[in-house]
Design a protein around this ligand. Structure first.
Ligand code: SF4
Length: 529
């Protein structure tokens, strides 16, 4: 540490290595809560602290960063992908990079925060995650296992000896204050002023912690859910909006439908409270009147089938206030009842079909030939204990049934199991042998090359209008753009556009792959970088 435990912190560097968790995403264009809460907590303790924020993509692009980092009093590394995906907007920190920085940055007090510190990290399903102790050995002085705002506030206010890295919030009082103060850190994000999207937290934990939750998931490890009052959420959105953020996702919770339920924390299946949901959505719209994106993320299909009426009302409220092209991500994980039982998963395939039907009833409407308002997304995890050859037949039959019934889903997310230390699956027998691995690969191929293509033809047929597409990368005479939001479509545009160009309006001309469409820009575009 540069100086002793209680030395005054004047200069802080936050290196955002990005996080991806069941409830929370921090890979650009997203900025998750960690850098915002950490900055806000430090400024709450001492408003004169100077904080620099750098993304891992910028950090690794210049060797001089390691030398510069050594000049700070405190270096905070945020990292941890625990539900790996494919990323277009940035390359999350690798475990070996996090270890290397711990070793190479000499001088400052070094703190690791995010899922990597709490549960470990990986980048690929099918392999165990790297456990947190490896990072401790790599030279980090502290690994924050509790809630970041608690630790960093105590660190800056009372010094290292009195700051507990295990401190867990009992309510959102401190979070509400620091989230507002920390909003201005967004100005240092490379996507600021363009497609930056802020992940917003409404509660912590999962209602199913009561029964232990799904075997592979880290959310139940957070303990009894703690909810944030609508005012706190709205005030944070207002602060971010005033700083210039125009895209928001209420994505930091296990199931948006049960936000505000009095039974959350008490029952495994709380009854949704459409009134509480309306309060928060209405408040956001009032404080951020010209926002461009307001999306959601996780919805538990088990909630929808248990409370179809309250869920329909809640979904209608979301549609009333959100922006179209939204996705309600649902974790089915496996269509095999044996796997569901062994791993204490959410729902049976029959229930999931029913939930998908209800979301379709309410959400598949379109405006001005655009994308449907709100569609379900489906998550599968391959390699869970209890799988057999039959599992893969059932997974496929489940998706075929969706096509047969002419239901729409926006995307299917198929991941291989990543074993995170402390989750229940880490203590279970997992045998993902060669035969199953081959079946898994063939299932993934079928989903990508058949199911998703068929589905995309229905979700985004030629003539569909797409708005606010930001060019992210170009390759072989095609540029790829996405609009900010939940699981946005990848849109391939012929021609050459600078990265950061905004295509205000484009029209779909055809399907390119199961995940991308070919589109033609039809309205003025602006060069924004
Ligand atoms: S329902 Fe299962 S997968 Fe979803 S957050 Fe809870 S434990 Fe995790």
């Amino acid at each position: 540490m540069k100086g002793e435990a209680n030395m005054k912190i004047r200069r802080v560097l936050i290196i955002d290595g990005y996080n991806d968790e069941p409830g929370g995403l921090g890979v650009p264009p997203y900025i998750d809560v960690y850098p915002r809460y950490i900055a806000g907590a430090l400024w709450y303790a001492d408003k004169d602290i100077k904080i620099d924020y750098v993304t891992v993509d910028s950090f690794r692009s210049s060797k001089s960063w390691i030398r510069k980092a050594s000049l700070y009093d405190l270096v905070v590394v945020i990292a941890g992908v625990v539900v790996p995906g494919r990323y277009l907007g940035g390359r999350p920190a690798l475990p070996e990079e996090v270890e290397l920085w711990g070793r190479l940055i000499e001088g400052p007090f070094k703190v690791l925060a995010g899922p990597a510190a709490r549960w470990g990290m990986g980048l690929e399903g099918g392999r165990p995650a790297v456990p947190p102790y490896k990072f401790q050995r790599a030279g980090y002085h502290v690994l924050v296992k509790g809630d970041v705002e608690q630790y960093f506030y105590e660190l800056a206010k009372y010094g290292e000896e009195r700051a507990s890295p295990h401190s867990i919030r009992r309510d959102y009082k401190l979070t509400n204050v620091v989230s507002v103060l920390g909003a201005r850190i967004v100005r240092q994000h490379p996507n600021y002023g363009r497609n930056l999207i802020a992940e917003i937290e409404t509660y912590r934990g999962c209602a199913r912690w009561v029964s232990g939750g799904c075997s592979f998931c880290v959310e139940p490890l957070r303990g009894r859910p703690v909810q944030r009052d609508p005012r706190g959420v709205v005030e944070e959105v207002k602060a971010l909006y005033e700083e210039g953020v125009r895209n928001f996702r209420l994505g930091r919770q296990a199931d948006i439908l049960v936000y505000g339920s009095k039974e959350l924390g008490e029952k495994e299946w709380p009854r949704p409270s459409p009134e509480a949901l309306e309060k928060v959505f209405r408040g956001i719209r009032a404080e951020a009147p010209n926002l461009e994106t307001l999306h959601i993320d996780n919805v538990n299909p088990g909630t929808i089938v248990r409370y179809p009426e309250e869920s329909r009302r809640s979904l209608k409220i979301i549609i009333k206030y959100h922006t179209p092209g939204d996705v309600a991500a649902m974790g089915l994980e496996s269509a095999d009842p044996k796997v569901t039982k062994i791993n204490n998963l959410n729902t049976t395939p029959e229930e999931a079909i029913e939930a998908i039907k209800i979301v379709n009833e309410v959400g598949r409407i379109r405006e001005d030939s655009g994308l449907p308002h709100l569609l379900p997304g489906i998550n599968f995890i391959l390699g869970l204990p209890g799988e057999s050859k039959k599992t893969y037949r059932m997974n496929r039959e489940f998706l075929e049934e969706i096509l047969k019934r002419d239901l729409l889903v926006r995307r299917v997310n198929v991941r291989r199991l990543m074993i995170i230390p402390l989750t229940r699956v880490s203590r279970m027998k997992v045998s993902f042998d060669k035969k199953l691995r081959l079946l898994a690969s063939s299932f993934i191929w079928w989903v990508r090359n058949y199911f998703e293509v068929e589905m995309l033809k229905r979700v985004a047929p030629p003539g569909t209008t797409l708005k606010n597409l930001w060019v992210e990368t170009c390759l072989n005479n095609l540029c790829y753009a996405r609009s900010p939001g939940s699981y946005p479509l990848v849109v391939a545009l012929k021609g050459s556009f600078a990265r950061g160009t905004l295509i205000k309006k484009a029209v779909v001309r055809g399907i390119r792959t199961g995940r991308s469409v070919l589109a033609e820009p039809v309205e003025v575009y602006e060069h924004c970088m």
